[in-house]
Design a protein. Structure first.
Length: 71
């Protein structure tokens, strides 16, 4: 399943690349891409709901103020 999320307070492209690399290392994630320009994250995983808290943890380690907007 593929899902797209808005990211809030993403400050730089370098941070986005670090976040993307960290999330892609998670076992549950098939693919993750983060675009600094659009402030969006795309994730491909079997259980997106289970991955989101782990992805948020990876994001917070790089950029503590950045949040995934889940709707």
């Amino acid at each position: 399943m593929k899902k797209s999320f808005k990211l809030e307070n993403l400050d730089c492209a370098n941070c986005a690349a670090k976040m993307e690399a960290a999330i892609n290392k998670l076992d549950e994630v098939e693919e993750c891409s983060i675009s600094f320009m659009t402030q969006r994250m795309n994730i491909v995983a079997d259980d997106i709901d289970a991955v989101i808290p782990k992805a948020q943890e990876c994001i917070s380690k790089v950029e503590p103020d950045c949040k995934i907007i889940v709707r």
